[in-house]
Structures are given as C-alpha cells and as structure tokens.
Design a protein around this ligand. Structure first.
Ligand code: DON
Length: 592
C-alpha cells in the first residue's frame, strides 16, 4: 500500500463533491447530499434516507418530547439558548437514563454574528473526596464503586443552565423550565422511553428510592402508560421559581444532603452552594478550510478531536476508498496517538497545567503523523504520549439552530445508565456516577476501558475529565455547517470525528453520515472496534495482517449497532436546515 502524506489539496474536496448526488425533497426544493458510497453488505441502515428539512429552526435530540419542547420555545420567540435550556430540563424528565439535573455537561455555542463560547458545567468531586477513596487496603479498586452514593459528583447541570440563560437567554427563566414541569406531571410513554425503562429494570431495583420513582406499581412504565413524577414536579417547580438556588440551596439541597448522609455519600451543603459553571475559551482549529469549534477541558473532547483532525489533515482522506483498508488504518493510527495524549495530559484546567496549544497545533500533528507507518500498525505500547513528560452509560446530546442562525450544541450525562442508581429521596431525580471518570486508580482502566494518568486523579473540588464533544463546524466562507455531538463514553470523540469527516472529506449529507457504520480506537486497549457487519472480512484480514487487532463491539442483548447516538444539524448551502437523529436509539429531529 502506498499512501502519500499530502498536505490539504482542494482537489480532494472537488472529487468528493463530484461523487455526491443532490436529492431534493420536492422539485426546486432544498437538496441534501448523498455521496455515492455503498455501505457494507448486511449493514442495517440505508445511505439515502432523507434528513428532516426546515427553513427556520431545528432541534434534534434523542427523545421526541424533548425535541418538540425545543421547537415550542423557538416558535414562542425564544432563541437557541432558551430552547437548549428547555430541552435539557425536558430530557431530565423523559430520558432520565441520561438527561438529568443530577449530572453535568458541556455547551458549545456559536451566535449568528460568529461569536463563540463554551460552558463547562461538569460535576466536581465533593470537597471531602480523596485521591484513593475507591481503593482497598491492597491499593486495588473496590468492587461496585461505580454504584451508590460515593460514586456521585456534585451535580452541575442546573448551574450550567442558569449560567447559559443568564448570559444569552431572552425568554423568562420560568417559561423555559415550565415545559419540563408539565412533562414531569405526566407523559404518555412511547416505545423509546418504554425500552429504556425495561432495559434498566434491574438497575432501577437496586435502591428503593429509585424503584419508587421509576417503577410505579413495581414495574417499568410501558407503552401507553402515563408516567407521573410528582417529586420531580416539585423539584423542577422550585428551580423554575428560584433559579439556581432552587437546586443548590433550600429544600432541594436539604434533600440531596439528607440522601448523602443516609447513604454514606460525601456531598454537603457547602459543595452545593459553591457549585458554579465555568465559561471557557472553546477549542478552535481549521480542518481542510473549515473551522471546528469544540469543547476544551474539562472535557477532553475538543482537544482530542482537534489532535486527530490535525494528524489526518495531512492525508487526502477523500481520495481513499471509504472504510477501505488504507482509510481505516489511518483512522486507527491517528486515534491511538490522540488518545495516548488525551489519557496522559488532559484534566480539569483549574487544577492541572496542560500542553493544550501544542497538542492541537499543525506542527505537533505533523510530528505525530511522521511516526505513522503506512505498512504496519504501531502497537499501542509503542505509541505512548508524545508531548514530553506529563505534569503529572449514560449520556445524551442535542443540537439546536434558531431562525437567526444561533447554534447550540450540548452534551450532558450522568455517566452510566441511570448514573449511580440512587434517586434523591423526595426530590425525584437520579444522581450521576461521574467519579469513575477520574483516574480512580491511575494507570488502570475505568468503566470505558480508558487508562488515564495522574493528571486526572481525584482531588477535592476538581472536575473529572470527560470525553464529551459538543461541536460546531463552520465552512470555509464562515457559514454554519454542522452542529453535532454524541454519547458513547470513550467513543464520543471518534464518533464526532467520523461524522465531520464523512461530510467534509467524503461529501455525505448528514443523514447518510449518521447512518454509516462507525469504528473506534482509544489507544488502550490496543484494538480497533467496529459495529456489527460494518467492515468487510477482507478489510479485517488486511488490518490484522498489518498488526492491528480488530474486534466487533458487542454487548449482550444489543439489537441495534450501538457506537454512539449522534444528534446533528447540517446547514445546506441555500440555508435550509437538515436535521438527523441517530437511528441507533430512536431520537427525533423536529424543524419548522
Ligand atoms: O464524560 C464522559 O466522558 C462520560 N461520563 C460519558 C459517558 C457516556 O457517554 C455513556 N454513554 N453512553
């Protein structure tokens, strides 16, 4: 195989576009792209499904109720931030496996005038947390440390929504929280929600407060049932009335602290009162003339995405056979290198110095690229971090664009499916188990298999490193192109990269890009993972012959392919918005 490591050649984009067909939803109507790229035999999604097209605004989330709440806010005159706050609270009601007020997240925004901002409302370690709190007397991780009260970080979501709304919101706060209060009063369960409750049934039985909240009559809510959450109505009502203080002070705070005291957790009134979201400078890089705007630490997402993009920008990806051996080899090699640095250096910027500028630079991308062989895979143990000595689920994404062209990209999480499985008694919401995103035992894998270093060790008040990658892409003439993100633990960053590359390098439209199969490599373990039926046996054999271990990513009981759940909006050249919600979990794009 010979692959010239070229610099960006505009020709490759031209070729990509030449191979792309434009399909219209009606004669003379807006067109969306479908690249002439076949999906593998046996792959379950089609390349030419249509996105949802709309002229004014679009909301894409994993749940139809939540998407409709967002559109309702836009149509009532709210902007994209108002809609994002409303969607976030709605997801806490209809998607309690991941949507939350007991967790945290990240928001990336780009206003119609080009201003960008990013907001870090990641959970923090309680002030009483210690570096070795999850280790036993032999220095090994204790069993079950990801479940129960100790696993919970101090929730950041309400502080984040409050900060976003204070700075950019236009509608009254109570008005954007109100739709969630109404949903908590009772919503008719549909197939997607019923599936999540029934999949979680065993988890929901672990703690009685959780069983009481989510298993009415002792069983998971089923399709057609009206699911009512009266305690959550009261909690959201206090938030609607009192803003952030409705959560971090007063009755809700008292209930959280009582739950902690009863269950051996660490979160105190002081932890809650001191919780603030932080505005941070977004990561910004160019990728083949486009600008990628993404989340800086405390999420590793933007920096790792940028590092892999800088390595891969030196190859003419669009000229390669999509998911052919050369393409997959280059992805895996770039991803290994980017994750090796991520796992070593990145952490909460309020606690740790990190070589961020260098990690996302053209020069460092070229240095890393120079270590990639085109003939053989580099074993992960030979990759290592490259920046010199270090100083050292469950998640959901949604995307919003409003009629003015403001764009908001939000990923939020409680980490595992239903977090630490503890519902705050009397308050009706589940707490996160985000403490596992720290290096609870540096050098050993966490639940996502990420082997992280000392920089991300537990410290009181510190935020745990995340992989969440809410991202916005602007095209070469400064127009909004993509708003996207995904859950998926360690796979989030590679998911987002693949969608951007599918559109920018291969000319796919957003619907086709999301329907395409996904791959993943995170440095350790040294294995390239693929969704079932998504790589041909010939490509797998060729990669293995080059020394790259390859495996199907599978969890018992999986019906659908399950790397990620991307929620994305593409702005088409004529300004039409194309929304696409991942078919992997059944979300919905709604536009108007
Ligand atoms: O912040 C992170 O990177 C993880 N807590 C995300 C967990 C996740 O995506 C699980 N969902 N599928």
């Amino acid at each position: 195989m010979s692959l010239p490591a070229t610099r960006f050649r505009p020709l490759s984009l031209t070729l990509g576009v030449m191979m792309t067909f434009l399909l219209g939803c009606e004669p003379g109507g807006p067109s969306y792209a479908v690249a002439d790229i076949p999906f593998p035999d046996g792959w379950i999604y089609a390349p030419d499904d249509a996105p949802v097209l709309a002229e004014h605004g679009m909301v894409v989330s994993t749940d139809e109720y939540a998407s409709r709440v967002g559109i309702g806010i836009l149509q009532a005159g709210g902007n994209a931030v108002d809609a994002a706050v409303a969607v976030s609270f709605a997801l806490a009601v209809v998607d309690p496996e991941a949507g939350n007020i007991g967790g945290g997240g990240f928001m990336v925004l780009r206003l119609a005038d080009g201003t960008t901002a990013s907001l870090d409302y990641r959970e923090r370690a309680p002030l009483a947390a210690t570096r070795d709190m999850f280790l036993d007397e032999n220095g090994e991780l204790r069993e079950g440390y990801t479940e129960g009260h100790l696993a919970a970080g101090v929730p950041g979501t309400v502080a984040g929504m409050w900060a976003a709304h204070q700075r950019f919101g236009t509608l009254p706060w109570a008005e954007v929280v109100e739709p969630a209060v109404e949903l908590a009063g009772g919503f008719e369960v549909r197939e997607r929600e019923a599936r999540q409750f029934s999949m979680a049934e065993d988890n929901l039985r672990v703690f009685p407060s959780t069983a009481a909240a989510f298993l009415p009559d002792g069983k998971p809510p089923a399709v057609g049932d009206v699911f009512r959450q009266p305690e959550l109505v009261a909690t959201l009502g206090r938030i609607a009335e009192q803003g952030r203080d409705g959560f971090y002070r007063g009755v809700t705070a008292d209930l959280i602290v009582a739950e902690m005291e009863g269950g051996g957790g660490l979160i105190t009134h002081r932890d809650l009162a001191e919780m603030e979201a932080a505005w941070r400078d977004p990561i910004r890089i160019t990728y083949r003339g486009h600008t990628i705007v993404s989340m800086p630490p405390t999420s590793s997402g933007g920096a790792t995405l940028a590092a892999m993009a800088k390595i891969l920008e030196g190859y003419d990806l669009g000229s390669l056979e999509w998911h052919g051996v050369e393409h997959v080899h280059l992805l895996a090699e770039a991803w290994k290198r980017a994750y090796a640095d991520r796992n070593t250096y990145l952490a909460d910027p309020d606690f740790v110095e990190m070589p961020l500028e260098r990690m996302i630079s053209d020069e460092y991308g070229a240095e890393r690229r120079a270590t990639i062989s085109l003939e053989r895979a580099t074993p992960s143990e030979e990759v290592g971090p490259g920046l010199g000595p270090a100083d050292d689920g469950e998640t959901t994404h949604f995307s919003v664009v409003d009629a003015q062209g403001n764009a908001v990209s939000v990923t939020t999480t409680i980490n595992s499916f239903f977090g630490c499985k503890v519902t705050v008694t009397g308050a009706g919401f589940v707490l996160n188990n985000e403490m596992d995103d720290f290096s609870a035992r540096p050098g050993y894998p966490n639940m996502f298999g990420l082997v992280q270093g000392e920089a991300n060790a537990i410290q009181p008040g510190k935020r745990m490193l995340s992989a969440m990658t809410p991202t916005i892409v602007v095209d070469s003439v400064g127009e909004l192109l993509l708003v996207l993100g995904s859950p998926g633990g360690a796979t989030i960053i590679t998911n987002v990269f693949q969608e951007i590359s599918n559109v920018v390098d291969f000319g796919m439209g957003i619907r086709q890009a999301l329907n395409a199969p996904r791959l993943h490599h995170q440095h350790l373990p040294d294995v390239l993972q693929y969704e079932k039926a998504s790589l041909s046996p010939e490509v797998i054999a060729a990669l293995e012959a080059m020394g790259q271990p390859v495996e199907e990513r599978y969890s018992p009981g999986d019906v659908y392919p399950h790397i990620g759940d991307v929620q994305a909006i593409q702005r088409l050249p004529d300004g039409t918005l194309a929304g696409a919600s991942d078919l992997r979990r059944g979300g919905v794009a709604v536009g108007y």
